[in-house]
Design a protein around this ligand. Sequence first.
Ligand code: NAD
Length: 343
Amino acid sequence: MSNKIPATLIPGDGIGPEIVEATLAALDALKAPFEWDSQVAGLGGVKSAGDPLPPATLDSIRRTRLALKGPLETPLGGGYRSSNVRLREEFQLFANLRPARTIIPGGRYDNIDLVVVRENLEGLYIGHENYIRIDDDPQAVAMATGINTRQGSRRLIEYAFEHAVATGRKKVTIVHKANILKALTGIFLDTGVKLYEEKYKGRFELETMIVDACAMKLVLNPWQFDVVVTTNLFGDVLSDLVAGLVGGLGMAPGGNIGRDAAIFEAVHGSAPDIAGKGIANPTALLLAAAMMLDHVRRPELATRLRRAIDETLNVDKVRTGDLGGSASTAAFTKALVSRIANA
Ligand code: NAD
């Protein structure tokens, strides 16, 4: 019987295929145990299957319950709904895990190591919006409805607490705006505090913080944070903020986690401005692949991959243009693969 772990691979749009190729080269060098089923989505899905999320892609993820995904292009305005949002809904990927760790020292912030856990399915992101006509203005008033449930809050916060325990984190900060959005974010705060008292007291420190204060503190003193857990919209903003602390989106991986499936990706988009030029930085997707190795309980391979990325960037100083270097994607990949092979 094969020891391989079936996994769906979605190369994605724009720079997607370039950074996926780099990531596969690194995973091959590591002898990572994945057996890939390559599928299309996004613009690639529209072009080859007439659908941004073809049934074959969904079937594949249903079977493998695990995917590595390049960025998918979403047209602004009309066109189709974001395939990323549809994937989250389809597989009930309720947690978005966004670690931020300094890899290249000497920037504005050194030694950052924190993780944002964002609720991925509820809140103001559900897209229930409408306009109200007044007199001859059909869009005189705009309305949006946010929904947070006790059950949805609990499963997300429980995931964050379990992650904190499993990874030896010392503190979890629940971020909310319950002073103003008393019901919508009050339910999240209340559920988290009760869950802590019920099951987690003493296993780590719990702190609660209003989102605006949290944004300021993250900029002034990010080292005071360890795990930040928050609702969908606040998590969207804060997780990009923490990516900025460690060098921007080019260094930021993300995991979308549900009970039945998990999808790992780079946080950045398809970068159409540099697609096809061979200069994209594959680091974010490589770090996402390391998260995926942790997820399938191969932490030793994840650690080797992260170490090789560190050494390529900091010892060999092979860096792509967005990091101030001059290496092509292929040159960076070659250096990384030789680091992995010689480790
Ligand atoms: P983007 O992240 O694609 O690009 C922003 C800037 O960062 C660009 O200048 C780009 O060249 C640069 N950049 C991004 N990734 C890089 C990398 N790996 N190496 C070097 N430079 C990099 O954001 P955008 O331009 O707003 O979005 C483009 C498309 O991507 C849109 O269709 C959007 O919907 C989609 N998108 C997809 C995802 C996803 O699939 N998870 C996430 C965000 C955006």
